[in-house]
Design a protein around this ligand. Structure first.
Ligand code: ADP
Ligand code: MG
Length: 655
């Protein structure tokens, strides 16, 4: 069952073995026994041999086999982390970084942030003098190259979850290949959960799995019904698409479970998505209380990045939320999309890790066989490339099309990215970073439009306010989920609502939070997420330090919201929309491409519908919804971007 390929090109190792039997009990020695029961343990020597002898090693192993948590420890045990060297392991997702780092720290019996640490954007839990195993997002590792282009402190870099083909993973792999030419001693491990069709069968035979397809007419609204099916004990993992529908499902199920007469009364219902607070994360991983059945409702984060012990049943909605970018309209949106067969198999694989399990697919077998795409599309080919281009430029890679891409990005998207960066004044006519704007934008670990907004605020004299706004926009959502309670939510928002729109509203919320003495009680009363608000304060502090380091002034505009909105427009002028004159249902059209869009119900301007607005981002379900919206005067657009807009009576049009 194990394949070991050892040739000139590099080592490839397939790890495949029966799942470990479950074990109860705690303590260090029992953790040690658990470690030795993991499938990857049998390959410990083989892995170390391959890493010793090859610059690049590829490891393919099913989820839960121990790749992420064990291999960095093996490397450390074998001496790869001695003499000031560090073993790095990257993940596409922040939540996975935190979670696996804690697990490894626990297994090693050390405190997180010491020998074992992690770094995600705006959160560094490492100690440079003692950290020897470091988990980080691939995006953070790319950023580290800006200070240390050859990543000299790392002896081994494990690029984990490579099958996900995230934009940053693809970029990182190309960059590492370049580094390796200059640093032949650097070891790279690429680890992935997908196995091609042939080995896939071994993968499935390794355990008994009972795949059940829904009847022809099944739709996700049957969820509670499916979950109340009487099945023997075992936790349930449900794959939905995003925070909104997960919160909705959690609420529905919790209401249902409150009724003791219902068959669902023994359920402990928990959400799982990135942006979840630490406390809620811990609940997901904690052992299921006796007599209860845990139901974890998750995004595709639980598909391969995280392993939940005790899951016996999987419910697969067949959808996930994916980024999609249209270079013609320049619209990037999160879209609920059917998953690929590869994903469906991964999801099914989460069932029955410790005993035979079942997977309930909420789509038909025929759909699975005939219509579901075999593989997903790499993120590189469906993303806005603005951040990617600016990072490569900052790393001195000028010929971006000639870069060693794993999958070439679409030329239209590349051209559009260059155009946008040019219109923002970040690139010059020769497509080189401008000085100082371009270089400063590259230093700020945020979306270039946000970074440009911050830099402009420094000129306008409203940087104190803008960094608060930037901090709020960088956290998932500051409101607690109010699914199904739109009326209450509207009332709560009224306490803070500013006529100018969401950005200014956030300033009121932030002020209120500070005035309350950063009180959790106050947050509770105002339906605000206390953890998110603490994060806002923390990110804001980091941004203010960053600006000081860049030699930029922090200044407040007091109550001048016009200046504030002009600074926002300096970054987001391309996202302008006007209300359709005869529209009674709040239909807007983007100035840029006449795309039809609506204000999202979570916005304070929902139903207010000002004539002209600028939005921060779009979410798409059946329609495009603008999230985080401000009302503007169209003349400000021309003022901010004369090269981008021209006046055409009666309307404004892009050049
Ligand atoms: P892989 O990377 O191959 O998917 P991991 O190294 O993440 O596997 O996980 C290996 C095993 O470690 C899992 O099967 C599980 O038993 C255990 N494990 C991982 N994370 C946790 C956690 N947070 N809590 C409890 N057990 C965990
Ligand atoms: Mg893993």
């Amino acid at each position: 069952r194990a394949t070991l390929v050892d040739d000139e090109e590099g080592g490839v190792l397939f790890v495949s073995a029966p799942p470990p039997s479950s074990s109860s009990g705690f303590g260090h020695s029992s953790l040690e026994r658990q470690r030795q029961r993991l499938p990857v343990f049998k390959y410990r020597d083989a892995i170390l041999y391959l890493v010793e002898n090859h610059a690049t090693t590829i490891i393919v192993g099913e989820t839960g086999s121990g790749k992420t948590t064990q291999i960095p420890q093996y490397l450390k045990e074998a001496g790869w982390a001695e003499g000031g060297r560090v073993v790095a392991c990257t993940q596409p997702r922040r939540l996975a970084v935190q979670s696996v780092a804690s697990r490894v720290a626990e297994e090693m019996g050390v405190k997180i942030g010491e020998e074992v640490g992690y770094t995600i954007r705006f959160e560094d839990q490492t100690n440079p003098s003692v950290t020897v195993i470091k988990f980080l997002t691939d995006g953070v590792l790319i950023r580290e190259m800006m200070d240390d282009p050859l990543l000299t402190k790392y002896s081994v870099i494990m690029v984990d979850e490579a099958h996900e083909r995230s934009l940053s993973t693809d970029m990182l792999l190309g960059l590492l290949k370049k580094i390796q030419r200059r640093r032949p001693e650097l070891r790279i491990i690429i680890s992935s959960a997908t196995i091609e069709a042939k080995s896939m069968s071994t993968f499935f035979q390794a355990r008994k799995k009972d795949l059940r397809h829904a009847a022809e007419d099944s739709v996700p609204s049957h969820l509670p019904a499916v979950l109340s099916v009487e099945e023997p004990a075992g936790d349930i993992l449900v794959f939905l698409t995003g925070q909104d529908d997960i919160d909705a499902a959690v609420k529905l199920l919790r209401e249902d479970t409150q009724d003791d007469r219902r068959r669902t009364s023994g359920l402990l219902v928990l959400p799982l998505y990135s942006g979840l607070s630490r406390v809620d994360q811990d609940l997901v991983f904690a052992p299921t209380p006796k007599g209860k059945r845990k139901v974890v409702i998750s995004t595709n984060i639980a598909e391969t990045s995280l392993t939940l012990e005790g899951v016996v049943y999987v419910v697969d909605s067949g959808f996930s939320k994916q980024r999609f970018y249209n270079p013609i309209s320049d619209i990037e949106s999160l879209v609920v999309t059917p998953i690929s067969k590869a994903s469906a198999r991964q999801r099914a694989g989460r069932a029955g890790r410790i005993q035979p399990g079942k997977c309930f697919r909420l789509y038909t077998e025929e759909y699975f066989l005939k219509e579901m795409p075999t593989e997903g599309i790499p993120e590189m080919q469906r993303s806005n490339l603005v951040s990617c281009v600016i990072q490569l430029k900052a790393l001195g890679i000028d010929n971006i099309l000639g870069f060693d891409w794993l999958a070439s990005p679409p030329p239209e998207a590349m051209v559009r990215a260059l155009e946008v960066l040019y219109s923002l004044g970040i690139l010059d006519e020769d497509a080189k970073l401008t000085s100082p704007i371009g270089y400063q934008v590259a230093e700020i670990p945020l979306d270039p439009m946000i970074s440009k907004m911050i830099l402009s605020a420094c000129n306008f004299g409203c940087s104190e306010e803008i960094i608060t706004i930037a901090a709020v926009l960088s956290v998932q959502s500051i409101w607690v989920s109010m699914w199904g309670a739109q009326k209450e939510f509207d009332e709560v928002k009224l306490r803070f609502a500013a006529a100018e729109g969401d950005h200014v509203t956030y300033l009121n919320v932030y002020k209120g939070f500070l005035n309350s003495g950063k009180s959790s009680q106050w947050c509770y009363k105002n339906y605000l997420n206390y953890q998110a608000m603490k994060k806002v304060v923390d990110v804001r502090e980091q941004l203010s330090r960053l600006l000081r380091r860049l030699g930029l002034a922090l200044k407040s505009c007091e109550k001048d919201t016009q200046i504030l909105r002009k600074a926002i427009i300096a970054g987001f002028f391309a996202n302008s929309c006007h209300l359709e004159e005869y529209s009674h249902n709040g239909l807007y059209k983007t100035v840029r491409s006449s795309e039809e869009v609506y204000i999202h119900p979570s916005s304070v301007l929902f139903r207010v519908n000002p004539k002209w607005v600028v939005y921060h981002s779009l979410v798409s379900t059946n329609k495009h919804y603008m999230r985080n919206v401000i009302a503007i005067d169209p003349s400000w657009l021309i003022e901010a971007a004369p090269h981008f807009y021209q006046v055409r009576t009666p309307n404004l049009a892009p050049c």
